[in-house]
Design a protein around this ligand. Structure first.
Ligand code: SF4
Length: 185
């Protein structure tokens, strides 16, 4: 018995991993158990094995830019050197024109296919800011996908708008936003 097989058998999520190896996808309850499990290394081993089995050594990349639209943030993470408090001298928020210029320059020079939109938790930005930016990108650069926002940015917009994350998600999705980002702020 290999060391990994033994680890899977001893793990509290072993049944889910075994099923995945048999091609059975985890259901909602399984996913909750995976989220609560500390066996992250084992999950990585199994997912790496399954990826390699399906795709071999092929890898693909998306030609994209990361658009940090604002460095204003009220979350104050101790490790972060990027953010500035609201009103700080070197804080910034890109205007719609500035966003367009950055995307156009990147498109003209590098033929980007995606813009990853990511910024701080800015309490001054209402949902229209995001909607206008997403609409502009999709209308002026139809071959460029919009990748954003992260969960905590959606949460911040919901707080600014005194709305729910679900409502914000639906509104933003209506504006041609294509891929939801799980990374970043
Ligand atoms: S939420 Fe993001 S931008 Fe804000 S302080 Fe934390 S890491 Fe920095």
């Amino acid at each position: 018995m290999s060391q990994t097989t033994e680890q899977i058998q001893k793990s509290d999520i072993g049944d889910i991993l075994e099923n995945s190896l048999q091609g059975i996808r985890p259901g909602p309850k399984d996913i909750l158990r995976l989220l609560e499990s500390n066996d992250v290394h084992l999950m990585g081993l199994v997912s790496g094995y399954l990826t390699k089995k399906q795709f071999g050594n092929k890898a693909s990349f998306v030609n994209n830019i990361i658009l940090n639209y604002t460095n204003v943030c009220i979350t104050d993470c101790k490790f972060c050197a990027f953010y500035r408090s609201p009103g700080a001298e070197d804080s910034y928020t890109l205007s719609l024109d500035e966003i367009e210029t950055r995307v156009k320059t990147s498109y003209d020079m590098f033929k980007i296919r995606q813009v990853l939109i990511q910024g701080g938790h800015n309490p001054n930005l209402k949902i229209e800011y995001y909607e206008d930016a997403f609409k502009m990108i999709r209308e002026k650069f139809p071959t460029v996908g919009v990748h954003g926002l992260s969960t905590s940015e959606i949460d911040m917009i919901a707080r600014v708008e005194k709305s729910s994350t679900k409502e914000i998600f639906i509104s933003i999705k209506r504006c041609w936003f294509t891929i939801y980002s799980w990374c970043g702020c």
